[in-house]
Design a protein around this ligand. Structure first.
Ligand code: SF4
Length: 432
């Protein structure tokens, strides 16, 4: 029996798709790249922006056609497209066999167990992750309590729920035994981890525990809310060698009135102070961010405040999105989506070209330096991996370097990636 998984959206969705793929692998199913060949098709969806939602509805239409040709195909839909009450979805998409909310993989497991599908006795039962084993994503906290006025996530993924540290440590140890060298801890609001657990547990204490795991070389975590960025967490980044010098800290807007309307609970001054505190303790820290342009009521001057914020902070990466109303959110119910589509696109392109210029300068400074790269895999003839500060680096080498830590001299840089040549392959045996 064969399965197909289609995923869009955030890293959390990718991690959950991998978890479902692993479950299907362990149950004797074989993954295929074409939905037409599948017996089960899992669609892991995102509705955080209108264009993502359009892709989901387009994919559902495509799957309807495939199911017409192959009525035995089971279609399963999860992710943020699925509301907690699924009656309306079942009515709208009667050819979908099963809907389950994001993050509820236990429900998928129960559904799978109840299916009378004949498993392929010839396919191997594999515990190897279907994705890249060098880097493993581990969700540590689900949901979000913040209710930013534009965001659908709290309505679809529910309130914050942290996993017990013992469960996370066991999963990390298993991943390392299967070849993982870097672990990325995931949460919509990862730095709120632990506040709902009994005892003195937070992201910081989790980092210290993970840091002790032999064989693990790097730890990252995303996404962080500025209001939950504690000084102890910054100190952990500064003092724990395996914790990478890279933080994802969404700003969303550089204007205080827009930030307030977004219900972000910080001002730009507070955000700036946080960045200063991080850069004081971790001078080489790379900061990535998310930004929304064209939020309801955003004037040209307010947009320019976002531009000035970008010029001042000089982020390493910006994920920019044009605002699109999400049904049922506060911004949808209480504000008018009054910034013209054309203006939103102009603002988006302005930010993109500004950021391209800034990151070109940041990356060009790295030419001639020697950086440590954890090699993740190969694209075409080139190996690729990331620096401690999350820069993507490509280089050629005739050896098999997957999972190795190498020192690379940077020879050229673009806004998106660096190119280099290996000057040293490190002996990992001490770390393992
Ligand atoms: S912090 Fe805000 S933007 Fe992020 S998931 Fe929670 S509600 Fe959405």
């Amino acid at each position: 029996m064969k399965y197909y998984v289609w995923t869009i959206g955030c890293q959390m969705n990718r991690a959950e798709s991998l978890e479902m793929a692993n479950l299907l692998n362990r149950s004797g199913f074989e993954q295929v790249k074409n939905a037409r060949q599948a017996d089960i098709a899992v669609l892991n969806t995102c509705v955080v922006r209108q264009n993502a939602e359009n892709k989901v509805t387009g994919m559902l239409g495509y799957m309807k056609g495939i199911k017409t040709l192959n009525p035995a195909l089971r279609i399963v839909v999860t992710g943020c497209f699925v509301e907690s009450e699924t009656a309306a979805l079942k009515k709208a998409f009667p050819y979908v066999d099963y809907f389950f909310p994001a993050g509820m993989s236990g429900q998928f497991e129960d559904w799978l167990a109840g299916q009378s599908l004949t498993r392929n006795s010839h396919s191997s039962i594999s515990l190897t992750p279907a994705g890249n084993p060098v880097v493993t994503y581990i969700p540590v906290i689900q949901g979000c309590n913040n209710y930013c006025s534009y965001c659908i996530v709290p309505y679809r993924r529910g309130r914050e729920k942290s996993r017990p540290p013992s469960e996370i440590l066991n999963e990390a140890a298993d991943a390392i035994a299967n070849g993982a060298r870097e672990i990325i801890l995931l949460g919509q609001n990862v730095n709120a981890y632990g506040h709902d657990l009994v005892g003195d547990i937070d992201l910081c204490s989790l980092l210290y525990q993970l840091h002790n795991l032999p064989g693990l070389l790097r730890i990252r975590f995303l996404t962080n809310h500025p209001k939950d960025m504690s000084s102890s967490l910054i100190e952990a980044m500064a003092s724990l060698p395996k914790v990478c010098h890279h933080v994802c800290l969404p700003l969303q807007a550089g204007d205080d009135r827009i930030l307030q309307a977004m219900n972000r609970n910080y001002s730009f001054d507070q955000y700036r102070s946080l960045v200063h505190a991080m850069r004081n303790q971790v001078p080489d820290i790379a900061i990535s961010t998310d930004l929304i342009v064209g939020f309801p009521g955003e004037t040209h001057e307010q947009f320019l405040n976002s531009v000035r914020a970008i010029e001042e902070i000089r982020f390493d990466v910006i994920h920019t999105a044009a605002y699109s109303p999400r049904s049922g959110t506060k911004a949808d119910l209480e504000f008018t989506d009054d910034v013209a589509g054309e203006t939103k696109m102009q603002r988006l392109h302005h930010i993109e070209s500004l950021q391209e210029a800034i990151v070109s300068e940041i990356n060009s400074v790295l030419i001639g330096t020697d950086l440590e790269i954890l090699v993740e895999g190969k694209k075409g003839a080139k190996w690729y991996g990331r620096t401690y500060s999350d820069k993507l680096v490509f280089f050629t080498d005739c050896r098999d370097l997957s999972g190795a830590m190498v020192r690379v001299r940077i020879t050229s840089a673009s806004p998106w990636a660096l190119q280099g040549e290996v000057i040293l392959q490190q002996d990992l045996s001490k770390a393992l």
